[in-house]
Design a protein around this ligand. Structure first.
Ligand code: NDP
Ligand code: MG
Length: 397
């Protein structure tokens, strides 16, 4: 007798940062795979009207807004949301969403480190964590990895390079890995003469050649702080030594990472520069399904270039590598100072070349130490932000 197989249950997803660049790409993946994925919770910082539209489109009843004023505005306009919506506010609201009993996977795509508490809450509740917010791992990677180990939940990398490494490593014992090589597009100023960098405006920095992303990560791509954060993220996610984590310039952003094994063989992962590829991989893992965007087409001219990175042009990459080697709270200090400096650059408070100066100053001022617990990392993070602001307000040496 032939029996038809029961349809596999849909994976239920909570999406924190639904209104952002990763959020929008995730919604495209969810819309294309409604038979396999169900959106059950969403959150944003303040764009409540956009969030209400998403809630209506995907019939989502659990909705969070971090910002108090936006939360109140949404409360006053509950009719804009599907009937029966449960609206939550603030950080505690994000944490509540991350632990929704109805969820299997939580995708954290909140810019910066605000997503740390929700990410830890999701892992503690045994939910798989699809992680875009790399800053979380740079701030508190060992605590996040420990939380996953404790509950047995998985961390599925969404960042394209890490998703690529994850795919290349599958089925290969870690002992056979010599090093990983993340690719870097080189950002907006890859081909600018160094002398022009002194006059860069926020608008210049927000023009990325290959990727369309949120403002903070676009500036980080132009300074290559992003690649520095990603090396630290990779070290933490894959349990590597600092010297095993390297990067190469690849202007086309088609190869996302290489894994080099001890015998000298390398595996690479390739796909066009669209975040729908790694997002879909992380959400459907281990299932493969047709992609949302077109795959590479070898009937068209395609050339791939790779060049070493000139670190003298990108001091933040050097500083990030140094903090990775120093370990302790140095990566957290780097991340916090960089976040504050980038915000100040975007607000036209400091010039582009002052971003690494602020970060270097803060790193040189705060003594490094090995954190015994999460609160001591958070103290270093807060102190780093305070010192970065002071340096921005008084840039004299
Ligand atoms: P965007 O600036 O485009 O979007 C940020 C999202 O986070 C928005 O939905 C925003 O809500 C929300 N948000 C911001 N602060 C809070 C908060 N305190 N509480 C709740 N939600 C908040 O950023 P991206 O999508 O580009 O990046 C998100 C994360 O993903 C970053 O950590 C980035 O490093 C990482 N990433 C991004 C990639 C990309 O291609 N964009 C690639 C790899 C990693 P609102 O709209 O209301 O402000
Ligand atoms: Mg990346």
């Amino acid at each position: 007798m032939v029996t038809s197989a029961a349809p596999s249950p849909r994976k239920r997803v909570v999406l924190l940062g639904a209104t952002g660049s990763i959020g929008e790409n995730t919604l495209r993946v969810l819309a294309a795979h409604r038979d396999k994925l169900e959106l059950v919770g969403i959150a944003a910082h303040s764009k409540w009207e956009k969030l209400a539209a998403i809630a209506r489109q995907f019939d989502v009843r659990h909705v969070g807004l971090f910002d108090d004023a936006a939360y109140s505005a949404a409360r006053a306009n509950l009719a804009a949301f599907p009937a029966g919506t449960h609206l939550v506010g603030g950080l505690s609201g994000l944490v509540e969403l991350a632990q929704l009993p109805a969820a299997d996977t939580v995708l954290v795509a909140v810019v910066g480190t605000t997503g740390l508490a929700p990410a830890l809450a999701a892992l503690a509740a045994g939910k798989d964590l699809a992680l875009a917010s790399k800053e979380i791992l740079v701030l508190a990677g060992k605590f996040v990895v420990a939380a996953a180990k404790k509950s047995g939940a998985k961390i599925l990398p969404v960042d394209s390079e890490h998703n690529a490494v994850f795919q290349c490593l599958e089925g290969h014992p870690h002992t056979g890995v010599r090093r990983i090589i993340l690719t870097a597009s080189g950002g907006a100023f890859r081909d600018w003469p160094a002398a022009r960098l002194a006059h860069v405006t926020p608008a210049d920095a927000l023009h990325h050649p290959n990727w369309s992303m949120g403002p903070k990560i676009t500036v980080d791509s132009a300074t290559l702080a992003n690649k520095g954060l990603e090396l630290i993220e990779a070290q933490c996610l894959f349990g590597l030594r600092p010297e095993q984590c390297t990067a190469v310039l690849h202007p086309q952003s088609i190869v996302h990472a290489f894994v080099e094994f001890t015998d000298g063989a390398m595996l690479a992962q390739l796909c066009p520069p669209s975040m729908t590829f790694p997002i879909q991989h992380a959400l459907l893992h281990p299932v493969r399904a047709p992609g949302v965007d077109s795959a590479l087409d070898f009937t068209k001219l395609l050339s791939l270039e790779f060049r070493p990175i000139d670190e003298s042009r990108f001091p933040l990459l050097r500083l990030a590598r140094e903090t990775m080697a120093a370990a302790g709270v140095a990566p957290a200090i780097f991340n916090a100072a960089n976040e504050v400096a980038v915000a100040a650059f975007l607000a036209s408070e400091i010039p582009f070349l002052a971003i690494p100066r602020v970060v270097e100053h803060v790193l040189a001022t705060i003594p490094n130490f090995e954190p015994a617990d999460l609160p001591s990392v958070l103290v270093a993070d807060t102190e780093s932000r305070r010192l970065a602001r002071l340096k921005i307000l008084d840039p004299q040496p």
